[in-house]
Design a protein. Structure first.
Lengths: 1108, 587
């Protein structure tokens, strides 16, 4: 069978897709279309069951709906059953689409069953058209939408992780978090998000929270250039095509899906940090003694006999006054909070051990409610859905809420079909969503490293913090969470398109015009309270708010021509044109010193605070894209396939000479299984070898970077030249260096694949090897500082390669008629390598650093984001080792030894080298499903192997930067010397100093050791892990059990139930840091860096799905 | 409906649709992408644009800003010129800003030191770059239309930019010695630092500036430099480069004919009162401003903001840059009011806190320079023990000079912890500094009497007033024997004579330390005098008994006279695998 003219009929597509979903999803899911209710008087019904082709079918199961009463057809395909006259008979047979028949008093009912659509005939939405799966010669993977539905996150993008070969997703457990979706490695130094095509409208969005996952009908991932180059200049990072559910002819069908559950973090700092205040004191004591400085006595008293005092005084300079109530003449009576003139007068009851993690993180409730109505008449189809999604963060006062309305309708007017796909959405997150920023600034990271002796609240009930010598400069994380709870990030979105299509020549020539729009605004408010209780106090509150308005429209026009010549020559031609324009405007404003901090006062108006601190700025951007494209697909007899694509894009981001780019692609396929020599191997239902080549582009850089730009700001170029002390005059500087020669990034990709299906798809296997070489990479490598601080020009600087393979293999089997099972496994390997960097440099620095130095560098010959630092070489055991080693600042027995990699006899910053690779060697996803009678079970696993993690948090919880809390095991696993005190006293070595525990994991506790904490391979750990991603057990309530209910399923599900890993911090599943540079988002240069992650959620949910 | 049965109409509709798309797309300017929210070269191609660039060049005298880099990017040099010497400790607590500890303890091979010197390098060359942009823009403007900028303005603009360029290079030269020199027509930003005549270029720029600049600040704007600023700097560079003979000529001229003079009393030197700022003693200062509309207080003393008393104080943060015990001891005087250190080997024997009422006579400048327990801290009340962040680590003293008076209103109302942001100008070069450089040259050239005059002039001024208990601009400073002073016995006398060159040299150097302590000069002085190794190793040896962590210091060696060139800059300046920037010897 070959595509008929109805290829563009959405109804067909949906119908066929549904059957695909049913088949590959949970096995032979029975779809009950019509509703039967009460049981009347029994009659005898007989009939014959045949196939479409007219053959009688023996062994067909016939069940009276809602009962266990049933029979099967005999060898002649006939059956007899006693049944109420108003009952419903359910016919099912492996390999065929089941049917439900209303008896309506008839006694003879012949039934025809339609053979299931073979995999190859399934229709897939690809670039601007729909293709039969069997005709596809590029590398395209289909996500299992059912599995995606089995997860709780707000965004469908997050759920792609491990479910599609070649695709990786990095995200955090924060509700509403960003998803970093990468297809077959990393293509660029910046802006690597794939292009999403949602109902035909392109959008670049790494949250996609406005898209209700329940509305999704299908997701296709176009992985290689031969599939994706029809999207030309935006296709470098792959294309993900998402279609939402459309209506189909029939009476209105109401479906309701409800789910609620609870989540908790998969791990916490309290798993490995010190929780007991006296244990912490031991760290302090040893750190001081080993440094030769006196042990602080202001809190714990006598170091020989430390105790938890009743109160911690704010800033006690002398020893021995700790436990008395009036050391400075302060008593509880003149206790004060928040007065800058009396900032010493805060009194905290000492804690025996505050579990800060527990104070901040706990269980969270989430719920997801969906209602949809779909149906259609002769000339129209509709699907309308409503969603309300509410997810609390596992961190307190952290919440994400979303409401969406979707309306998808179509009307046929003669040969013309017009319609729209429209989504309205609003989401709000409270307490800020974690974008993977520097966790030191958030409730996640350093703030959770607060010392155990610090109480949550002071004696007045206000939040307490580290206001005493030795307690560090942390802020109280509970306070931060609590004061952020009314900070709202809100997104309003109208996304969709209106379209018209017409058959100009029936079944042959079709014209399609689609106007897509993406209108949105995002707003935020943020209040910063005063922090008088901090060691570094702040007495001025502040409030800021901002709004970003953006609009993007895309008008696409296509012509499709389809014909078959001489029975076997099948030709499809597509020609099209597209225009896109994007505009955005952002305004942000702030003011300080609010008199009244209530919610009602949080506006920016002069009288509410200090108007002198009012500050406003706006910014914006716009860009356009103009495109022409064409595609031709030809096959001979479904055996030899050829496909050609070409796209020409003009982009406003580039200069006149380089504005236009051409993106060709070609692919070929040979369906070996159709050859006559394969006739004998009839268990092979499909064997196809595919090869594709193509070029795609990337144009994602900020607009306007062709030109030198000048600017400045009050804080960087303005100056008080008149010496008033309080006024400044305007100054300028060069802010951005332009480059008129900018051109596209160009990705040349090769793909060789094979598809194998045995036993009519019971076993399937797809394997692709690929190479993607991206040339003319766009980036703005730093210039020497002698060139000034202007943002360096964006240049086409280099070349990067990804090589690898991905595969998926599946099998579905049955043990008995009642027990059906399936298994799918997909895997991906890629190797990313920077091949060339133009000009004078052999590296770029990565964008983030800890408090020490840069963490990653991009070197020629290394993958993007390779870790960079000293090569740690154990711990110096004694002075002899120190002397034998190259000279190293601060070298002492018990401290870390670094390698003199350049061999110049000195250990210096010049010895830093590549110390780790954040990219996995292999990632895999495993899905298992089973169905037994009315029960079904689905579970999935995800694994990442060979990736390394740079755990920056070790600066804090190993090296105690800023007196933070530390890991419990430093007490037992730190190096210990045979002497007390420092190994150098008054510049004289203590010569016999020697480590007594040579297997120590950590350097010696030593407050003077600023050396061992230097970024080195000590920070790098293996980040491999295997995680049970989902487990769902469902029960299908037999139809008819509940009056008025067609279909109902209840289920329980668990997510992230267990993880197997050697990684020593909270969660090996890391989001990328959210870092922008002047060339755009550069977070791929930070992968594998753990700055304190909002951990993934371990969730339990119950849900119910019903149709009426 | 019937209409659509006609294929012709369908074709027509299709044609229109496609044509519409094509026509839209073919509009010429549809694909032209202009930069949004910025200025282009054309807009700035006039005098306003040039002047704006020049203002931006001045701005870099204050160093970096919020987000520029780590601490210590500024021209104050409190870390490189202060913490690295016997005048001050890093302060705060051990775990805070470890890289500054590395600098303090001469462990300059660490990655942390590397980051700090890199930021300093970047800030200075941004200054150079802005100066060069200004000159380039001016040149282009005048080339197109020689009348576009009045000649006087054009000359002064060029002179100001050249002077600032020279200043930034000078500061870099003090730090690293081997640096590349950048001119306005440079296009290669990977120039070498080997065998560059840095001093020659600085002097050349300053000489040009002298010939171009007016004698009075242009437009009466006190922040602008004049020909006198250029002369003063020229003399400074000559002294720094050891050319004492020429320096004498230059600096004597400034002294006799220039507009500068010492302030009446020391309080007026470092002050937040804007009425007192830019007095006769100011040669070149970063004109700090607060409450000027910048939301982060970036134009205030951004560089110095960590260097305020900590939590228990009215400033709240952060307790860095604590004066050393050695420095405090250095202010003790003998019975004649002369530095005890001139005559008594035991001057540095005191280990304990020299708090109020310590009972030893001290130079009144001590209490303009160091915050001591029980002594009024400008007009903020008495310095208290609880102001120190970690007394067991960084000792009992606080820095003081750059702190604003409460009554001055110089405090910022914005920025992270606004209480330690202020508009106190940072002196990059003040007249007392110039006089002492002149005295230095006089000593080296054998004119000991001239040196004596200068030292005594400085000491006379130092004796004019001491820190009092007052709380307004008028009475914070009081006579040094004022009865309201209960916390100290102030005494300062003049030298009768300089019996020989060695004595004179010692007296001038001591005076320089007393006068300019905590102003970021000390390291460069010790280095210039060639005594850094001796002084600093002695200091560490003695001071390690007081502050145990100093026991971890590396020995100060010859190589420490030059900071290491930032390794990142060496790496990014490589051309064809060859280093264009050579690391300083020993690093």
């Amino acid at each position: 069978m070959y595509i008929r003219g109805k290829i563009f009929d959405i109804r067909d597509r949906i119908h066929q897709f549904l059957s695909h979903v049913k088949k590959t999803g949970a096995g032979l899911l029975l779809l009950i279309l019509f509703c039967g209710t009460a049981v009347g008087q029994d009659i005898e019904v007989t009939g014959t069951v045949t196939s479409d082709a007219g053959e009688t079918l023996p062994g067909v199961t016939i069940l009276l709906q809602g009962t266990e009463r049933g029979t099967t057809t005999d060898l002649d395909g006939t059956y007899t059953i006693m049944t109420p006259s108003d009952g419903v008979l359910v016919f099912s047979f492996i390999g065929f689409v089941g049917r439900n028949i209303n008896i309506e008093g008839r006694t003879e009912i012949d039934v025809q069953l339609t053979e299931r659509v073979a995999e190859l005939d399934e229709l897939i939405v690809t670039g601007y058209s729909v293709q039969r799966r069997g005709d596809i010669t590029g590398s395209i993977s289909t996500a299992n939408v059912d599995n995606i539905a089995n997860q709780t996150s707000s965004s469908a993008l997050q759920r792609l992780d491990g479910s599609v070969s070649g695709v990786t997703v990095q995200t955090s457990g924060s509700p509403g978090a960003r998803s970093t979706v990468r297809i077959r490695g990393v293509s660029s130094f910046q802006n690597n998000d794939p292009l999403y095509i949602i109902d035909g409208t392109p959008v670049e969005d790494d949250f996609a929270n406005w898209l209700n996952p329940k509305d999704i009908e299908s997701i296709q991932v176009l992985k290689d250039a031969s599939a994706a180059s029809i999207y030309g200049a935006r296709a470098n990072n792959g294309v993900i095509i998402i279609e939402t559910k459309k209506g189909q002819e029939g009476a209105p069908q109401l479906s309701v899906d409800l789910r609620t559950g609870i989540s908790s973090p998969v791990g916490g700092y309290d798993d490995f940090l010190i929780l007991d205040a006296l244990e912490y004191h031991d760290v302090v004591r040893r750190g001081s003694l080993n440094a030769g400085v006196s042990v602080p006595t202001n809190i714990y008293g006598d170091p020989g006999n430390p105790s938890i005092p009743s109160y911690i005084w704010p800033n006690n300079p002398e020893a021995g006054q700790t436990n008395s109530l009036t050391p400075f003449g302060i008593t509880e009576n003149d206790y004060l909070y928040g007065d800058p003139g009396n900032i010493n007068q805060q009194i905290m009851p000492a804690s025996r051990g505050t579990n800060w993690w527990d104070e901040v993180f706990g269980t969270a409730v989430s719920s997801d409610m969906n209602v949809a109505v779909s149906g259609g008449g002769d000339n129209n189809r509709y699907n309308v859905s409503f969603n309300y999604f509410d997810q609390e963060g596992t961190a307190r006062d952290n919440r994400f809420q979303r409401g969406t309305i979707r309306v998808n309708t179509e009307f046929d007017i003669g040969r013309i079909t017009i319609g729209e796909n429209l989504s309205l959405a609003r989401d709000e997150s409270y307490g800020g969503i974690d974008l993977g920023g520097d966790a030191e600034d958030t409730i996640i990271g350093k703030n959770i490293l607060s010392q155990p002796i610090v109480p949550v609240r002071d004696i007045g009930g206000n939040f307490a913090s580290g206001k005493a010598v030795g307690l560090g400069n942390n802020s109280n994380p509970v306070k931060i969470a609590s004061s952020n709870r009314n900070d709202i990030n809100a997104n309003n979105r109208i996304f969709g398109n209106a379209f018209a299509r017409a058959e100009i020549i029936s079944d042959q020539l079709l014209i399609n015009s689609r106007f897509g729009f993406n209108l949105g605004n995002t707003t935020f408010t943020a209040f910063a309270p005063i922090f008088p209780e901090d060691s570094e106090p702040n007495f001025v509150n502040g409030f800021s708010e901002g709004r970003n308005e953006f609009q993007e429209w895309t008008w696409s026009n296509t012509l499709n021509y389809i014909n078959t010549f001489a029975q076997s020559h099948n030709l499809t031609v597509l020609a099209g044109q597209e225009v896109t324009k994007t505009e955005s405007r952002f305004i942000t404003s702030s003011m300080n010193a609010y008199i009244n901090t209530s919610l009602n006062s949080r506006y920016i108006q002069d009288a509410l605070g200090d108007p002198d601190t009012k500050n406003t700025s706006t910014s914006g951007g716009e860009s356009t894209l103009l495109s022409f494209f064409g595609k031709a697909d030809y096959n001979f007899d479904d055996r030899y396939h050829l496909s050609f694509t070409i796209r020409r894009d003009g982009s406003s981001r580039f200069g006149e000479d380089n504005r236009w780019g051409v993106f060709p692609a070609a692919s070929a396929g040979w369906r070996v299984s159709r050859e006559s020599f394969m006739d004998s191997a009839d268990f092979i239902s499909n064997l196809m070898v595919r090869f594709g080549w193509g070029i795609t582009g990337n144009q994602s850089i900020p607009t306007g970077r062709l030109f030198d730009q000048f600017g400045g700001s009050t804080g960087t170029t303005f100056y008080d030249i008149t010496g008033t002390g309080s006024s400044i005059v305007s100054g300028f500087r060069s802010t951005e260096i332009g480059n008129r020669n900018l051109r596209w990034e160009e990705n040349e990709s090769y793909n060789l694949g094979v598809d194998l299906e045995l036993y009519e798809g019971q076993f399937n296997f797809t394997f692709d090897v690929f190479q993607r070489e991206v040339d003319d990479l766009l980036f703005n490598p730093p210039l020497p500082a002698t060139a000034g601080q202007a943002a360096p020009p964006i240049q086409n600087v280099g070349k990067m390669r990804n090589r690898g393979f991905d595969f998926s293999v599946g099998y579905r089997g049955s043990i008995s008629e009642d027990l059906i099972w399936n298994v799918n496994f997909n895997g991906t390997h890629y190797k990313n390598e920077i091949l060339r960097i133009d000009g004078d440099q052999e590296f770029f620095s990565g964008p983030i650093s800890g408090r020490g130095a840069t963490i990653s560098r991009n070197y020629v010959g290394q993958p993007i984001g390779a870790f960079f630092g000293m090569q740690a070489d154990g711990i110096f055991q004694n002075w002899d080792e120190v002397d034998a080693h190259a000279s190293q600042d601060g070298a002492r027995p018990g401290r870390m030894r670094f390698m003199d990699t350049n061999g110049d006899g000195q250990v210096t910053a010049a010895d830093r080298t590549v110390i780790g690779n954040p990219h996995p060697d292999f990632i895999g996803g495993l899905d298992l499903g089973a169905r037994w009678k009315n029960w079904d079970l689905q579970t999935s696993f995800f694994g990442s192997f060979g990736n390394e993690i740079f755990d920056v948090q070790k600066e804090f919880y190993v090296f105690r930067l800023f007196n933070t809390n530390v890991r419990r095991d430093v007490l037992d696993d730190s190096a210990v010397l045979n002497i007390d005190g420092p190994a150098v006293v008054n510049n004289q070595r203590v010569t016999n100093a020697e480590v007594t525990n040579s297997d120590a994991k950590y350097p010696r506790l030593d407050d003077n050791d600023t050396f061992s904490s230097e970024f080195s391979s000590f920070y790098v750990e293996d980040g491999s892990y295997v995680r049970m991603r989902t487990l769902q057990i469902g029960y299908n309530i037999p139809p008819g059990t509940l009056p008025g209910v067609q279909n109902m399923r209840v289920y329980v599900q668990g997510e992230n139930l267990f993880t197997i890993t050697g990684y020593s911090s909270i969660d090996p599943s890391l989001p990328t840091s959210n870092v922008g540079g002047s060339a755009g988002n550069v977070r791929d240069q930070t992968i594998g860096v753990d700055r304190g992650t909002y951990p993934s959620n371990r969730s339990f949910s119950i849900g119910i799905s019903a149709t009426f | 409906m019937n209409l659509f049965k006609n294929n012709k109409i369908l074709f027509g509709a299709a044609f229109l649709l496609l044509a519409g798309g094509f026509i839209y797309g073919c509009e010429d300017d549809f694909l032209v992408g202009e930069a949004q929210g910025s200025l282009d070269e054309q807009t700035l191609a006039n005098q306003n644009g040039v002047e704006g660039n020049l203002i931006g060049t001045y701005r870099m005298l204050g160093g970096g800003w919020d987000g520029f880099g780590l601490w210590g990017t500024g021209s104050s040099n409190w870390i490189f010129g202060g913490v690295a010497t016997d005048n001050a400790y890093k302060g705060s607590e051990p775990g805070d800003q470890g890289p500054i500890t590395d600098i303090e303890l001469y462990n300059w091979s660490t990655g942390g030191t590397d980051e700090y010197v890199n930021d300093k390098w970047a800030a200075l060359y941004e200054g150079v770059n802005r100066a060069n942009s200004t000159i380039r823009l001016l040149d282009r403007l005048l080339e197109n239309d020689p009348t576009s900028v009045p000649e006087d303005d054009a000359n002064s603009i060029r002179g100001e930019a050249l002077l600032l360029r020279a200043y930034y290079h000078f500061d870099a030269w003090r730090m690293w010695e081997n640096i590349p020199y950048y001119f306005e027509d440079d296009e290669d930003f990977r120039k070498t630092n080997v065998d560059v005549d840095v001093v020659g270029n600085i002097i050349n720029d300053l000489n040009q500036a002298i010939s171009l600049l007016p004698d009075e600040p242009r437009n009466g704007e006190v922040g602008r430099v004049t020909s006198w600023t250029a002369r003063a700097l020229l003399g400074r560079v000559q002294v720094y480069s050891g050319d004492h003979g020429t320096a004498l000529t230059t600096l004597r001229e400034v002294r006799t004919s220039g507009p500068y003079d010492l302030e009446d009393n020391f309080q007026r030197v470092w002050t937040g009162f804007s009425d007192f700022a830019n007095g006769p003693e100011t040669i070149l200062a970063f004109q700090a401003s607060s409450n000027d509309g910048d939301p982060n207080g970036n134009n205030a003393n951004f560089d110095m903001r960590l260097a305020f008393p900590h939590s228990g104080s009215p400033f709240g943060c952060c307790g860095f840059f604590q004066p050393s015990q050695n420095l405090v001891n250095f202010f003790v005087v003998d019975g004649n009011g002369l530095p005890l250190a001139m005559t008594d080997d035991t001057w540095n024997d005191r280990d304990d806190n020299l708090a109020a009422g310590a009972g030893v006579p001290v130079d009144p400048r001590l209490d303009w320079t160091v915050g001591r327990d029980g002594v009024p801290y400008k007009d903020w009340g008495n310095h208290e023990s609880g102001w120190i962040r970690d007394r067991g680590y960084g000792g009992p003293y606080s820095p003081k000079k750059h702190v604003h008076e409460e009554a001055s209103g110089a405090e910022s109302n914005v920025g992270w912890n606004a209480t330690h942001l202020n508009s106190v100008n940072w002196h990059l070069f003040r007249y007392a500094d110039l006089l002492l450089l002149l005295a230095e040259a006089e000593v080296e050239e054998g004119s000991l009497d001239n040196a004596l005059d200068i030292v005594n002039e400085i000491r006379r001024r130092a004796g004019a007033a001491a820190q009092g208990p007052g709380e307004s601009a008028d009475n914070i400073a009081v006579p040094i024997d004022d009865p309201s002073i209960t916390w100290a016995d102030y005494s300062i006398g003049e030298y009768d004579s300089f019996p020989n060159q060695d004595f004179a040299r010692q007296a001038v150097r001591h005076e320089r330390r007393l006068e300019l302590a905590m102003e970021g000069q000390r390291f460069f002085d010790l280095k210039r005098w060639g005594i850094a190794e001796e002084v600093l190793n002695n200091f560490i040896e003695e001071e390690a008994d007081r502050r145990a962590y100093l026991g971890g210091a590396a020995a100060f060696q010859e190589r420490h006279n030059r900071y290491p060139i930032p390794s990142f800059q060496i790496d990014v300046s490589r051309v064809d695998g060859e280093d264009r920037l050579q690391q300083n010897t020993g690093w």
